[in-house]
Design a protein around this ligand. Structure first.
Ligand code: NAD
Ligand code: DAU
Length: 350
C-alpha cells in the first residue's frame, strides 16, 4: 500500500524543521513533503539529518503561487496539510505589512482551495499552526483560553487572525476536516536571530549592545520548540475536527528578567566575569503597539489530548544556549548578507 502524503509548509523554518524531523522520524508510514519557498527565514541546513530519509521530500514552492500549489496537489494524492509557512516576525510586519497579507492570508487561502479541490480529505486533515497573538494583549492577570475573542494588534497578528478565520470558514462552509492551534513564544535551536533569544545570544557573543524594547517589562510565555512540535503531532492525529487548541509553556518571563538570566548563563559559559554581559543591555525605543503580556491556558489540550510540556525551562534554555554556542557557523551564515541590512534598518536609529 502506498504511503499517505502529508504536506508540511514552512518546513525549512524554525518550528517547521522540528515538526518535519519529528514526522519523518516517527512516521515511516507517511510520506512527508516539505513545501517551502526558502525566504530569509527558511534554511535547508536545518534538516540535514533527515534530507536523505526515504519518506522525506522537499519542494520549493511559494504558497501564493496558485499554479505551482495546484500542480503539487494534482501530481499525487495529498492526504493532509500541516501549514506553518508564514511571515513570522512582528517587527517586520510593522515596516512591511503587505508581505504578511500575501503569505499569511492569500497563501493560506491558496492552500485551502487546493486542499478543497484535490485532497483526499477522508484520510487526513488541514491543520493551521497559529499564534496566541490573535487574542491581543493581557493585563497583569488572566490567560488566553480558546474562547477569548480575537483582538489582534500588530499587522502580523491581524494576518494570522485572518488566516485562522479562513480556515474556520472553510470548515463551516465546505465541511472540510480542519484544526487550528494557537501557541505562545517558542525557543530552541535553529531560530532565526531576529527573534529575542537568538538575537541576544548572537549579540552577547559578539559584545554588541542588547536592545531591550521600552523598559523590558513586557511578558511572554516561553515553550520549548520540541514540545510545540509534539503538541502539533498530537493534535494532527487526535484533535477534533473544527476545534482550536491553545498551546503554552506555563512559563511567563518579563523580557528584562529573561535577558538578565541569559547574560548570567552566558558569562559562565564564555568564562566572563559576573555581570560582564549585562553591561551590554541597552534600552531602546519600544515596538509600536507592543502587546504587554501573553499567557496561555492550555488545559483543553492537556485534559482532552493528554499533552503537557516535557522540558523544564532551565533545562531547555541551557540546551538552547549550548546549541547556538556549538553552532557558530550556522549563526555566522544566517547573519551574513541581508541580515546586516535588516539589523541596521531595525536598530541603528532606535
Ligand atoms: P519562521 O519565520 O522561522 O519560518 C517560516 C518558514 O516559512 C520559512 O521556512 C520560510 O521560508 C517559509 N515561508 C515564508 N513565506 C513562504 C511562502 N510564501 N511560501 C512558502 N514558504 C514560505 O517561522 P516560525 O517561527 O518557525 O513559525 C512557523 C509558524 O508557527 C508560523 O505560522 C507562525 O505564525 C507560527 N508560530 C510561531 C511561533 C514562534 O514563537 N516562532 C509561535 C506560535 C506560532
Ligand atoms: O506569541 C507567539 C509569537 O511569538 C509568534 O506568533 C511570533 O511568530 C514570534 O515571533 C513571537 O512574537 P514576539 O513578538 O513575542 O517575539 P520576539 O522574539 O520578536 O519578541 C519577544 C519579546 O522581546 C517582545 O516583547 C519584544 C521583545 N524584544 C524583541 C526583540 C527582537 C526586545 O525587547 N528586543 C528585541 O530586539
Amino acid at each position: 500500500m502506498s504511503k499517505k502524503n502529508i504536506i508540511i509548509t514552512g518546513g525549512a523554518g524554525f518550528i517547521g524543521s522540528h515538526v518535519v524531523r519529528r514526522f519523518v522520524q516517527n512516521h515511516p508510514d507517511l510520506h512527508i513533503i516539505n513545501l517551502d519557498v526558502l525566504t530569509y527565514a527558511g534554511n535547508l541546513e536545518n534538516l540535514k539529518d533527515v534530507e536523505k530519509a526515504p519518506n522525506y521530500e522537499f519542494v520549493r514552492i511559494d504558497i501564493t503561487d496558485k499554479t505551482a500549489v495546484e500542480a503539487l496537489f494534482t501530481s499525487r494524492t495529498i492526504h493532509g496539510v500541516i501549514h506553518l509557512a508564514a511571515e513570522s516576525h512582528v517587527d517586520r510586519s510593522i515596516t512591511n505589512p503587505i508581505d504578511f497579507v500575501m503569505t499569511n492570508v492569500v497563501g493560506t487561502v491558496v492552500l485551502l482551495n487546493a486542499y478543497k479541490a484535490h485532497a483526499d480529505t477522508s484520510a487526513g486533515r488541514f491543520y493551521h499552526v497559529s499564534t496566541d497573538e490573535v487574542y491581543g494583549t493581557l493585563g497583569d492577570d488572566g490567560k488566553f483560553t480558546e474562547e477569548t475573542p480575537y483582538d489582534p494588534n500588530s499587522p502580523y497578528s491581524a494576518s494570522k487572525a485572518s488566516s485562522d478565520h479562513f480556515v474556520r470558514a472553510y470548515h463551516e462552509t465546505y465541511k472540510l476536516p480542519m484544526v487550528i492551534s494557537n501557541c505562545s513564544n517558542n525557543y530552541g535551536s535553529h531560530q532565526f536571530p531576529e527573534k529575542l533569544i537568538p538575537l541576544m545570544i548572537h549579540n552577547i557573543t559578539n559584545n554588541k549592545p542588547l536592545p531591550v524594547y521600552g523598559k523590558g517589562e513586557n511578558i511572554r510565555d516561553w515553550l520549548w520548540v520540541e514540545d510545540h512540535a509534539r503538541a502539533i503531532e498530537t493534535i494532527y492525529f487526535n484533535g477534533k475536527d473544527g476545534e482550536t487548541y491553545n498551546i503554552g509553556g506555563n512559563n511567563e518571563w518579563k523580557n528584562i528578567d529573561l535577558v538578565h538570566k541569559l547574560c548570567e548563563i552566558m558569562d559562565r559559559k564564555l568564562g566572563r566575569a559576573e555581570g560582564e554581559s549585562a553591561k551590554l543591555i541597552t534600552y531602546v525605543t519600544d515596538r509600536k503597539g507592543h502587546d504587554f503580556r501573553y499567557a496561555i491556558d492550555a488545559s483543553k489540550l492537556e485534559n482532552e489530548l493528554g499533552w503537557s510540556p516535557s522540558v523544564a525551562f532551565d533545562q531547555g534554555f541551557d540546551k538552547t544556549i549550548d546549541w547556538y554556542l556549538e553552532n557558530t557557523e550556522w549563526l555566522d551564515r544566517v547573519t551574513s548578507g541581508a541580515y546586516a541590512d535588516y539589523y541596521q534598518s531595525m536598530y541603528a536609529a532606535r
